[in-house]
Ligand binder design. Structure first.
Ligand code: ATP
Ligand code: MG
Length: 211
């Protein structure tokens, strides 16, 4: 079982998008996949419920309730933990204790980079992370590679204390598919396939983190 915590203090940076697309990817590969939603907005929880017939299901657990970690089925292969904006290392402590990897999505803007830096500093001080037992990676999200803002942000992201595991471009496909209870990996059009390629380095990083 691999448990991945997706977190950031910053709102709207793509936590739920990471959770739902990784969940769809692994479910499509036949992995028994669980999403734990610790956010009262319950966006990932509702996304799981919206998954239509014809795509593999993802089990949703309401992780705002006590004892949620005990409700993960023993045979789950991938567990994705979605968390609310405004989280800090203290509020995430129970998840940081059991996670096998942490992903922090970041949008390419000075405001987002500035708001994320103190959260990364908090993570760096968590004993399991400090001792190298819990790998953390950044995910650049909603990039528009042809813009100065994205290029500057990537430079800043590469200088941050954790590796940049993926550079996800901006695409309306994310919002459209989320509304249908789907992710990029449930859908195979030419246009969407090019965005699937953005995820390959992240999937490789997660595979390495699991070994
Ligand atoms: N790569 C992307 N391209 C285009 N739109 C995106 C991308 N990633 C996320 N979005 C959109 O940005 C919005 C915020 O994303 P998301 O809900 O995943 O963020 P979040 O961090 O979970 O937000 P919150 O802090 O409210 O939980 C959503 O409308 C989502 O569809
Ligand atoms: Mg969210």
């Amino acid at each position: 079982m691999q448990r991945i915590l997706i977190a950031s203090r910053k709102g709207g940076c793509g936590k739920t998008t990471l959770v739902s697309n990784l969940a769809a990817c692994w479910a499509q590969k036949g992995k028994r996949t669980v999403v734990m939603d610790a956010d009262r907005q319950a966006s990932s929880f509702h996304w799981c419920a919206r998954r239509p017939e014809g795509v593999p299901g993802v089990l949703a657990i309401d992780a705002t309730r006590r004892g949620a970690l005990d409700r993960i089925p023993a045979d789950a292969e991938r567990v994705l933990i979605d968390t609310p904006a405004g989280s800090d290392a203290d509020s995430l402590a129970a998840f940081l204790e059991v996670a096998d990897a942490v992903l922090v999505p970041v949008l390419p803007s000075p405001i987002d980079l500035e708001a994320t830096a103190p959260f990364l500093a908090e993570l760096a001080a968590v004993p399991r992370i400090r001792r190298g037992k819990l790998p953390v990676a950044l995910v650049g999200n909603r990039l528009k590679p042809w813009t100065r803002a994205s290029q500057d942000a990537l430079e800043s992201l590469r200088a941050m204390p954790f590796p940049l595991a993926a550079e996800l471009r901006d695409s309306q496909a994310y919002a459209l598919l989320a509304g249908l209870g789907k992710g990029l990996f449930d859908y195979g059009s030419e246009q969407v396939r090019s965005h699937q390629d953005d995820w390959a380095p992240l999937l490789r990083w997660l595979k390495r983190a699991a070994t």
